[in-house]
Design a protein around this ligand. Structure first.
Ligand code: BEZ
Length: 387
């Protein structure tokens, strides 16, 4: 005869099993909150493309569950972010949030994810706070922190002999933090940031600031711009006669997904980023071929981040057998994994941000050609993160 303890254990095991069988029978509701309009619209589409490509490779299932999408265009508009994220969490009852591109919008998403306990994977926005003071067991990033490419470029600029640099960016978290990363490394290496110029996001009236740069005559300029604004900045920098006079260094977003529109004005530019052309690893080759077949174009860094967001979700949910409530199991699986990314394998650090190589790239024709590794296995410091 079975003892009471054995019977109890059997009942508990059966109910646990039926909970995970029940979870797997339900569709996994994934809420995509991305920009589908405005200066970052192309970035949002590339992220969704990458995410869907991985899903197709998994026959449409993650953690044993069929995926159903719910979409919101966040317009890269922080003022609408709380309403938008609540549409997904409260109205659509999503199991997982995936988003977004803009750091200000991502911070509102992270707060909502934390308050509601919803699993959140950020496929771009580099807001340092999200994997710093706002870090949480249920929040992950598949991309970068704004600090990372900036810091790597600070080291590169110093090594290339720049002593005095002017920075120019949009005045919001991404620009400020990218410049802060650059400044930290550059000044540690003996350089000096002599002027920090900025304009509100997403303004593109660069002319008065370019005039100030010409007057300051620095050894180099460091910049963060992305999407449509990056296209205009590169064109305006060249038109102002600065391209051949003052080297322009940037976080790689300046030239990623934008080269077609920037044309010859981007030729030769040096940037730092966690992806680039010509990486020549088997995963990247397969990814590029599959992406080109599915979408009729080459992928960019945003597509890679979307693909890896889906990979990370699968790693977590496969370990938890599709049960999104098992936050500790999901986190343990993601943090222990080596993620086989087109950018090269990377890991997720204690604050849930990628630890990854940052490449030095140069624009050659229509490519951001990788010409070296600027900083190997760079981890964001995760300042203020207490899990
Ligand atoms: C950001 O807002 O964090 C961001 C936007 C576009 C490219 C990179 C970072």
């Amino acid at each position: 005869m079975k003892s009471r303890t054995t019977r109890f254990a059997a009942i508990a095991a059966a109910s646990l099993l039926s909970a995970s069988v029940f979870a797997q029978a339900q569709k996994l509701k994934v809420g995509l909150m991305l920009p589908y309009s405005g200066t970052y619209a192309a970035l949002g589409t590339a992220i969704e493309n990458g995410f869907r490509l991985y899903l197709t490779e998994q026959s449409g299932r993650i953690g044993g569950r069929e995926v159903e999408f719910f979409k919101v265009d966040d317009e890269s508009e922080p003022a609408k972010a709380v309403d938008n994220v609540n549409k997904l969490i409260k109205r659509d009852n999503v199991d997982v949030l995936v988003g977004t591109v803009h750091s200000g919008v991502a911070m509102a998403m992270a707060k909502a994810a934390k308050d509601n306990g919803t699993l959140l994977i950020i496929p771009n926005a580099g807001a340092v706070a999200v994997t710093g003071p706002m870090c949480a067991e249920n929040i992950f990033r598949s991309s970068f922190s704004n600090w990372q490419p900036g810091y790597a470029m600070g080291e590169v600029a110093a090594k290339r002999g720049a002593k005095k640099v002017v920075t120019i960016t949009w005045k919001y978290a991404a620009g400020d933090e990218s410049v802060a990363g650059f400044k930290e490394a550059f000044e540690k290496a003996g350089g000096q940031v002599v002027k920090e110029l900025s304009l509100p996001f997403p303004n593109v009236e660069f002319q008065p600031l370019l005039t100030e740069i010409a007057a300051a005559k620095p050894d180099a300029v460091y910049t963060f711009f992305a999407g449509g604004g990056a296209v205009k900045f590169v064109k305006d920098y060249a038109a102002a006669g600065l391209k051949n006079a003052i080297p322009l260094y940037a976080a790689g977003f300046l030239t990623d997904g934008t080269l077609e529109a920037q044309g010859a004005d981007a030729e030769g530019l040096l940037t730092t980023l966690h992806y680039g052309d010509g990486l020549d690893n088997p995963k990247d080759k397969a990814f590029r071929a599959a992406y080109a077949k599915a979408y009729g174009m080459q992928p960019d860094v945003y597509a890679v981040q979307g693909y890896d967001a889906a990979q990370m979700l699968a790693i977590g949910l496969n370990a938890a057998k599709g049960d999104v409530s098992k936050k500790a199991e999901i986190a343990k699986a993601i943090v222990s994994a080596k993620i086989d990314s087109p950018r090269g394998a990377f890991t997720i650090g204690a604050s849930h941000n990628p630890v990854q190589d940052i490449y030095l790239r140069q624009v050659i024709g229509k490519d951001n050609k990788v010409i070296g590794v600027a900083t190997r296995a760079l981890a964001d410091p995760g300042r203020g993160c207490k899990m």
